[in-house]
Design a protein around this ligand. Structure first.
Ligand code: ZN
Length: 321
């Protein structure tokens, strides 16, 4: 297939050398120590007193721009070594993905050396089609040097290859239905241990698992009593009365079908067990620990799901706790 004519101008850049980018700082022990700390490197060669050797993998670090983009030390080039990518963008190759990064080293660099690098546009591949789309592999090579009075010395190279491409056409979006189906609540995972709880909710009952051997109540449900290790259990029906033991108000992510902000509480039932549930009928900013609440059973997902939820209730003055 004949190549697009506009590629001629871009291919003419192959082999171009771009100017130097200098390091802000000489190779120095504090940066080495901090880098080693972050990376979890404890090799004594990089951390001992005396002349410190820099870990080879730090090579790229020395000439980085810092927090401010394109803030390079005086004398550094203002040329853009990625100009070939910019030119491809102008022809609709808007996407980019990094595919290779290879560091090679000539020797260690040590404390006190001042480095710079120069970039060469090494190769541009023939047009390729991948699962991502159609475009070109572009390879840049950054060669790092140490400045020396007797002549600068090459210390290593970084090869960096990207795929610059026009994304494969996504399938045409299907026509939207007039009324999108409302999002469903994620259903609970139900096991043999928890089935009674959800079946109870469908019947309008808040059930708590009880050890048949020692009578200890437990929630969340499980196969064995943590008190006496008995596997025998039955259930008791809770009054549904409780208090807010703790709570969070979830603001993000805003996931349908939930309302936001979404108050979620750890409820302590008057029987003594606790469970997590959504609060209803309360403004998220007005939830307080210790609020009295009462269970109610609400139906979701077109009748498929019944959830116990809790609503704050006024406490009758003088009523015993
Ligand atoms: Zn027990």
């Amino acid at each position: 297939m004949a190549e697009h004519e506009w590629m001629n101008e871009i291919r003419a850049l192959v082999g171009k050398e771009y100017g130097r980018v200098y390091a802000w700082d000489k190779v120095n022990a504090p940066m080495i120590r901090q880098w080693c700390e972050v990376m979890g490197v404890d090799d004594a060669r990089y951390l001992s007193a005396g002349t410190v050797t820099a870990p080879p993998a730090m090579l790229q670090v020395w000439c980085m721009e810092g927090f401010t983009q394109n803030n390079y030390p005086p004398g550094s080039t203002t040329e853009n070594p990625y100009e070939a990518l910019k030119m491809m963008e102008a022809h609709g190759l808007a996407s980019v993905v990094a595919v290779n990064s290879e560091l090679t080293f000539k020797r260690d660099v040590v404390e006190g050396e001042r480095l710079y690098y120069a970039t060469r546009l090494d190769t541009i591949s023939p047009e390729k089609t991948t699962a991502l789309g159609t475009g070109f592999f572009v390879t840049l090579v950054m060669t790092f040097f140490s400045q020396k009075p007797e002549g600068d010395e090459e210390v290593g190279q970084l090869l960096f290859r990207v795929f610059k491409f026009r994304a494969a056409q996504a399938a045409a979006p299907a026509e939207k239905p007039a009324m999108p189906a409302p999002a469903k609540r994620p259903p609970p995972g139900i096991s043999d241990d928890t089935r009674f709880f959800w079946e109870g909710a469908k019947a309008g009952k808040l059930l708590i698992q009880r050890c048949k051997s020692c009578g200890t109540l437990r929630h969340p449900p499980g196969p064995v009593c943590s008190h006496c290790h008995s596997f025998d259990w039955d259930t008791v029906e809770s009054s549904g009365r409780g208090t807010v033991y703790s709570f969070v108000v979830m603001h993000y992510p805003e996931v349908p079908p939930f309302d936001h902000p979404n108050p979620i509480a750890l409820i302590e039932l008057e029987e003594g067990t606790r469970l997590i549930s959504q609060l209803v009928g309360v403004k998220p900013g007005e939830v307080r620990i210790g609020d009295a609440v009462q269970v109610e059973f609400n139906t979701f997902n077109n009748g498929e799901l019944v959830l116990p939820q809790f609503r704050p209730v006024a406490v009758t003055p003088g009523a015993s706790a």
